[in-house]
Design a binder for this molecule. Structure first.
Ligand code: CP
Length: 340
């Protein structure tokens, strides 16, 4: 499992005096668990508004001219990094992409010194992906730039959760009362954690499904019950899929197989691969999601991934609009007004 960042792990610097504290005065997007529903809804509305901007000939709304964005990725990414780059350009910001390979990190520079270096060059927004849960919060307490979590260890991937919710809303109008199954390596999945907070805050009933070793031990503490949502677990795929309005397959993180004590990828696929036959018990108009990257034939059959039920390409497309809304929101703009 990815390490959880502690005050003594990786970056031992104390919080410098006078450092900014996360709070109402500054906006960072660190997780969806603590994002108030009003902000969640406004970001989703903003994403819809920015999608209309993306459909215009210029595909641009230059509302963040002069803003500098740094995409700081310590883990590999295709969708998230590229869509943040596109999103920054589409709102008129300047962006640079930092990848740890080939940087001064390989000479021993710490995470914090790296981000302070970028900040000294005038960066206003830091988009960070890191293997350690807690890195975005750690940075938000120490740097002046706004921080956006692009995936931290097994914790959260909030812009993924937003784009998943946006994609389902486009088809269903509302998530209230919907039955949504999230299937696979839930325990290690930051995608699942962000999705379940977004879905339950909008009133959905989420079933987490997978081998017991890959289900979170704290499922009863997850989800926004006060908002009408709920979370339960199921070990059998057929139980999770029964009557489901949407099913999200997660990437099997083969790098965690040994720790999870699973017999083999083949055994996992035999029990949990999403196939047409396995979706037979779901709602007739069931929708299928996958955050990518996909292991075709492992967690999802190609005939499902490429079927009309599949929203996978829409999820990717929505990623740009969602990230345009998030960049604006972090800079203090109302995302709907920014897109108007
Ligand atoms: N869904 C997702 O985070 O994909 P990438 O790893 O390609 O960014």
């Amino acid at each position: 499992m990815s390490p959880v960042l502690t005050e003594t792990h990786a970056v031992p610097s104390p919080i410098p005096p006078g450092s900014p504290e996360p709070g109402p005065a500054r906006r960072d997007l660190l997780d969806l668990e603590t994002l108030p529903k009003a902000d969640l809804v406004r970001l989703l509305e903003g994403a819809a508004a920015f999608r209309r901007v993306l459909a215009t000939p210029s595909r641009k709304k230059a509302v963040l001219t002069g803003t500098a964005v740094a995409n700081v990725f310590f883990e590999s990414s295709t969708r998230t990094r590229v869509s943040f780059e596109w999103a920054a350009k589409r709102v008129g910001a300047d962006s640079v992409s930092f990848v740890s390979a080939g940087s001064s990190v390989s000479k021993g520079e710490s995470l914090l010194d790296t981000v302070w270096t970028l900040e000294s060059m005038g960066v206003d927004l830091v988009v960070v992906r890191h293997e350690s849960a807690g890195v975005p919060l750690f940075l938000a307490r120490r740097v002046s730039a706004h921080v956006i979590n692009a995936g931290d260890g097994c914790h959260e991937h909030p812009t993924q959760g937003l784009l998943d919710a946006r994609t389902l809303l486009d088809h269903k109008g509302s998530l209230a009362g919907l039955k949504i199954a999230i299937v696979g390596d839930v325990a290690h999945s930051r995608v699942a954690r962000s999705a379940l907070w977004a879905f339950t805050r909008l009133g959905a009933h989420v079933t987490l499904c997978g081998p017991t070793a890959l289900l979170p031990v704290d499922a009863s503490a997850l989800g926004d019950r006060a908002a009408g949502g709920s979370v339960r677990t199921a070990a059998r795929l057929e139980d999770a899929v029964e009557g489901a309005d949407a099913v999200m397959a997660l990437r099997l993180q083969t790098e965690r197989m040994e720790r999870a004590n699973l017999p083999s990828v083949a055994d996992y696929a035999r029990r949990y691969r999403l196939t047409r036959k396995r979706l037979a018990g779901a709602a007739k108009d069931v929708l299928v999601l996958h955050p990518g990257p996909m292991n075709r034939g492992v967690e999802i059959a190609s005939h499902v991934a490429d079927s009309p039920k599949s929203l996978i390409r829409e999820q990717v497309a929505n990623g740009v609009a969602v990230r345009m809304a998030v960049l604006c929101w972090c800079r203090g703009l109302d995302p709907v007004e920014a897109a108007s």
